[in-house]
Design a binder for this molecule. Structure first.
Ligand SMILES: CC(C)(COP(=O)(O)OP(=O)(O)OC[C@H]1O[C@@H](n2cnc3c(N)ncnc32)[C@H](O)[C@@H]1OP(=O)(O)O)[C@@H](O)C(=O)NCCC(=O)NCCS
Length: 99
């Protein structure tokens, strides 16, 4: 079973402030992209998106999260710290977290 997952996060006024997209297949949850609007970074939206993705992935049967570590230019350090805070390892340009 393969499933494309796209989740959005909105602010208190209902405006879209970020999104995450991933693919689930055969126990693997593969993170394609996560992005939060620059003006609202550091407010917990990224954590919410990733937490929602991980719980959906687990309910589908995922046993691990993987992805490519490809931050925006200028966002390298913040993306690294973000994944660290989320318990995700970065090794040789790849993201990894057992679920
Ligand atoms: C990476 C990104 C999605 C994080 O989203 P965010 O909404 O800013 O993250 P949050 O506010 O939910 O932060 C989650 C945790 O990471 C930490 N964190 C995030 N950015 C941080 C920074 N620049 N410095 C220190 N800590 C940071 C927060 O303190 C928080 O930790 P805590 O919950 O343990 O206190 C966002 O910065 C982004 O869109 N970056 C540009 C796109 C990009 O490079 N995506 C990654 C592709 S690989």
């Amino acid at each position: 079973m393969q499933r494309v997952i796209k989740l959005e996060e909105v602010d208190s006024n209902g405006f879209k402030v970020g999104f995450i997209d991933a693919i689930y297949r055969n126990g693997l949850l593969f993170l394609n992209q996560i992005r939060v609007n620059e003006r609202v970074r550091g407010m917990g939206y990224g954590r919410n998106l990733l937490t929602r993705l991980l719980s959906l992935g687990a309910s589908l049967g995922a046993n691990r999260l993987e992805g490519n570590f490809r931050p925006d230019s200028g966002a390298l350090l913040s993306a690294r710290v973000f994944y660290q805070h989320m318990g995700i390892s970065i090794y040789r340009g790849m993201l990894y977290k057992p679920l």
